[in-house]
Write a protein that binds this ligand. Structure first.
Ligand code: ATP
Ligand code: MG
Length: 331
């Protein structure tokens, strides 16, 4: 996809931080602070898919939840459609949320078991009050139901009667019923059987074309990301370590961590050398006690003394606009 640098992004996130505090009580001892998201900035353009990748615990879900404000960010700004979404409250927030939705990993727990499929799909329009009469409500439900390929006869049933793939379709129908510009997809297919994954991924792509949706697509499956993404950001311990087009990241990765992440994709028939195995499985430091300097230096095969002291800035690399990495060893 052509990268529209001149266009205003639909979503612009600046210096986003989310710190979780725990402990500090009389018995629990010292107070700890987990810097789950630590100064993350990015743009999302109209109709594109921006993937967020990185190992478990690097802050992918916290980034998404902070952007949509399911959890309140500690710091940072979130501009949605040119409005300061991060500062909205009450009715204004409710209204702005019609334009940004989230799809969750677990289609089992993200649907209320006591609600019918019809009421689950209608939840966003019921909350927003965006229908005049029952007919309009039903029309919107049926439209969403058809768009995700759910059988209309299923609308009066309950989530437990469905397979994982069908439940995820219900979750997608709920997310698109108000035709939002932005959908945050947090590992939307990881809980599904491999045979179903491709179907759901293709449905998301089809809906994107039809409704011109912009996706933030969180996944640890680089194969799925390669299929889905236009651009990719790579996170490590709450930081963005590399950002670029899909081609930049997959064909010409620059950050040592990105290279490692790509090498760890299992390739059928290719044995991973013992040394690499060690690196890949090397312990990830705790975000409650991150390393000094570059957060990746403790696992990095190229780390120099400087890396343990200076935190590298995300800067343009490779002479390609939009391809950025945070590493001082790249020349
Ligand atoms: N509610 C919370 N309270 C305290 N710490 C939290 C909370 N939620 C997440 N964390 C911590 O924040 C860090 C980032 O977590 P997050 O869930 O965003 O990672 P992730 O990249 O989505 O991982 P995964 O791939 O496993 O889903 C982790 O260290 C996690 O333990
Ligand atoms: Mg997660």
């Amino acid at each position: 996809m052509e990268h529209k640098t001149l266009a205003e992004p639909v979503l612009k996130v600046r210096n986003l931080k989310k710190y979780y505090y725990s402990g500090g009580g009389f018995l629990s001892g010292k107070k700890t602070c987990v810097k789950a998201v630590n100064d993350v900035s990015f743009e999302l353009y109209k109709g594109e898919t921006l993937a967020i990748v990185g190992e478990s615990g690097c802050g992918k879900s916290t980034t998404a939840k902070s952007v949509i404000r399911i959890t309140e960010p500690t710091e940072g700004s979130i501009m949605l459609d040119g409005r300061d979404f991060g500062k909205l409250k009450g009715e204004e927030l409710k209204k702005a949320r019609q334009n940004i939705k989230m799809i969750f990993q677990d289609p089992y727990s993200s649907l209320n078991p006591r609600m019918t499929v019809r009421d689950i799909i209608a939840e966003p329009i019921d909350i927003a009050g965006s229908w005049k009469d029952k007919e309009e409500r039903e029309r919107k439900i049926l439209e969403a139901c058809d768009m995700v390929g759910l059988n209309r006869d299923f609308l009066d049933r309950y989530p437990h009667e469905f397979s994982g793939g069908q439940r995820q379709r219900i979750g997608i129908a709920r997310a698109i019923i108000e035709k939002p510009e932005v959908i945050l997809c947090d590992e939307p297919v990881s809980a599904l059987d491999v045979s179903i994954q491709a179907k759901v991924v293709n449905l998301l792509k089809e809906l994107q074309k039809r409704l011109n949706i912009s996706y933030i697509f969180i996944s640890h499956d680089m194969g799925v990301v390669r299929h889905m993404a236009d651009r990719v950001i790579v996170m490590y311990l709450g930081h963005v370590v590399e950002e670029g087009s899909k081609e930049d990241i997959f064909e010409s990765p620059k950050h040592p961590y990105t290279k490692l992440l790509l090498e760890s994709i299992p390739v059928i028939g290719k044995e991973v050398p013992e040394d690499d195995k060690e690196l890949i499985s090397g312990d990830i430091p705790s975000p409650a006690n991150p390393p000094s300097g570059c957060c990746f230096h403790t696992r990095c095969p190229y780390a120099t003394e400087e890396c343990s002291k200076v935190m590298p800035e995300l800067r343009e690399v490779d002479g390609r606009p939009g391809h950025k990495a945070a590493c001082v060893t790249i020349v």
